[in-house]
Write a protein that binds this ligand. Sequence first.
Ligand code: DQA
Length: 146
Amino acid sequence: MKILIMHGPNLGLLGTREPEVYGSQTLEDINQLLQTDSEALGLELETFQSDIEGELVAKIGEARGEVAGIVLNPAAYTHTSVAIRDAISASELPVVEVHLSNTHARESFRHQSLTAPVCVGQIMGFGVKSYQLGLKALVDHLEDVL
Ligand code: DQA
């Protein structure tokens, strides 16, 4: 079973970007942790990061038929992107939304997610663990529905 991990804008800067909010691990560290988890779960993993909304939309579109599901951190596009929301719906893939920080404990413009309503569920506030829990939740969900 193949799973796609997607990271949105500015997440390539992790490690140096506001470490008090996002922690000190780099994107490479996170992908490596998820790779280790995937091997233990017997999964094939692909990772993808883009700062560009259209590239994220295109990647979700291409993922249909190629992967069993997606763990997605849409980053700032969470709060703005109808296009990513529509891409998730159109893909008919199970998507788990994850965030490093607890967006509800931050500025009010981060309280709304346009993407979460079309996802299977959302996990936030646990740092890198949000991704690990998201991957586990997606696999459990797939085992239930497949
Ligand atoms: C984030 C939260 C978003 O509000 C923010 O724009 C990000 C990262 C998180 O993982 O906590 O870039 O998605």
